[in-house]
Design a protein around this ligand. Structure first.
Ligand SMILES: *Cc1c(COP(=O)(O)O)cnc(C)c1O
Length: 449
């Protein structure tokens, strides 16, 4: 029946040896190459007769992999990097080998059960009722969009005569909210946060009421960000949620990056009010030590989501008539990888205390980084960091200086820190989500500034 030929057996050894080597050693930082350069190095890899496994693997390990920046390098502090635990990465190999289908209970019951326990853990940390539930989707962008589509469906039932809809969110909300508005063809009501970058309930209330008084478009959801991507600022969830509730509006919390910190009892109070969310997201691939790609999307009332997202087709009736929990029914997707499993495995194996510890360790490094920046003669913090994003400016530098420094940092294989901007001014930011990032790594980078 199913038998490895000697050739496949040999390739299996090579693939596993490479994987293990990559997992065990310090990751290389590496960096991009132009498509022309890559073509020069590997040519056309798709051929009639095939390269053979050995050669194709070599093309990857010797050329292509080296043209990818390792997101788990301890001095890759760009965007929001990723730092999967060894266990999560190892189990990703198991998921890949197991041909699991994560769309329906019928096909993936065991895997879905495990994913749901991991979701339940997050949901409980947020203080949602035990009836809450959801699904792991590809990323925060899809998670936000899926939740917003449910919110609009709910509003359409509530206000059937309305034909034009709007999303209320902070001016500092993530770009995926703008993208969702475009995809859904709805308006955006961007609301100015306070001087500290936090969206406040009083401002949300006033702006929504003003908008409703002056427009035939109606707000259907209030989005708060629990940890902005650029600066890690947490909106005032309690008052923003209250402003939404008083107007009977769906309250969505985008915690793709920051809500990970719920797992630390010391940090949990910063998210007071998240328990009132109708939906929230958090990406385990960002700050919960899971590999790409996994976003946990949780609904207070998953039934509403199911009514909106269940796909109906004659060949699916066997599934849709079944009352058991099918992850496909809770977001914009059908076929799905059991992408929550590497996260589940690591959580199950290590226990939740280890997550709190790892979280606090990254926070300690972020606090130390902030302190070193305060003491640095040429650097100034943009804001005192709330979470593990530390943003700062280099006095006297132009945009070009920032870019030159960043390019050299990567070329010298010291670190990967592309410049960002805040209120039109160039800034630098350290996004610290990797427990392997030590204060010494921060010092090595600061020494180049
Ligand atoms: C990263 C991020 C997103 C988008 O998540 P992806 O997984 O990249 O799609 C949305 N919101 C916030 C606040 C984020 O930090």
């Amino acid at each position: 029946m199913h038998e490895f030929t000697p050739e496949v057996e040999a390739l299996a050894q090579e693939v596993l040896a490479y994987s293990l080597h990559r997992l065990k050693s310090d990751p290389p930082l590496d960096g991009p190459q132009s498509a022309e350069k890559l073509f020069e190095l590997v040519g056309n890899t798709i051929t009639g007769k095939g390269l053979g496994g050995h050669k194709a693997l070599e093309v990857f390990t010797e050329v292509l992999a080296k043209a990818c920046i390792s997101t788990d390098h301890p001095r890759n502090l760009a965007f929001i990097p990723s730092a999967p635990s060894e266990y999560a990465n190892l189990f990703d190999l198991v998921v890949g080998a197991s041909a699991l289908y994560g769309g329906s209970w019928q096909e993936g019951a065991g895997a879905v059960f495990a994913e749901n326990q991991a979701l339940q853990w997050l949901s409980n940390l947020a203080g949602m009722p035990s009836s809450a539930g959801g699904v792991f989707v590809q990323g925060g962008t899809v998670g936000n969009l899926s939740a917003l589509v449910v919110a609009r469906a709910q509003a359409r039932k509530q206000w059937p005569h309305i034909t034009r809809w709007a999303i209320a969110c902070s001016e500092e909300a993530h770009s995926s909210i703008v993208s969702a508005a475009e995809v859904m063809d709805v308006d955006l009501l961007p609301i100015a946060p306070d001087a500290g970058g936090k969206l406040r309930g009083a401002d949300v209330a006033r702006e929504i009421d003003k908008f409703h008084a002056n427009s035939s478009s109606r707000v259907f959801v209030v989005v708060a960000t629990a940890g902005t991507t650029n600066l890690g600022t947490i909106d005032d969830l309690a008052t923003v949620g209250q402003a939404a509730r008083e107007r009977n509006l769906w309250f969505h919390v985008d915690g793709a990056y920051g809500l990970a910190a719920l797992c630390s009892p010391a940090l949990r109070p910063m998210f007071a009010g998240v328990e009132n969310a109708d939906s929230f997201i958090v990406d385990p691939h960002k700050w919960l030590f899971a590999p790409f790609d996994a976003c946990a999307l949780v609904y207070r009332n998953p039934d509403v989501a199911r009514q909106v997202h269940t796909q109906k087709a004659s060949y699916l009736e066997t599934l849709t008539d079944d009352p058991s929990w099918s992850p496909s029914d809770y977001a914009i997707h059908l076929t799905r990888r059991t992408r929550g499993l590497p996260f589940w495995f690591s959580l199950a194996a290590h226990g939740t205390d280890a997550y709190a510890e790892a979280m606090e360790q990254t926070m300690d490094v972020a606090r130390a980084a902030a302190q070193k920046i305060r003491e640095h003669p040429h650097l100034e913090l943009v804001r005192d960091p709330e979470l593990s994003v530390v943003a700062f400016v280099r006095t006297g530098w132009s945009k070009t200086d920032y870019q030159k420094w960043s390019d050299k940092l990567l070329a010298d294989q010291i670190g990967f820190i592309p410049p960002s901007s805040h209120h039109g001014q160039p800034i630098l930011r350290f996004a610290i989500v990797n427990p392997w990032t030590k204060v010494a790594d921060i010092e090595a980078i600061l020494a180049t500034l």
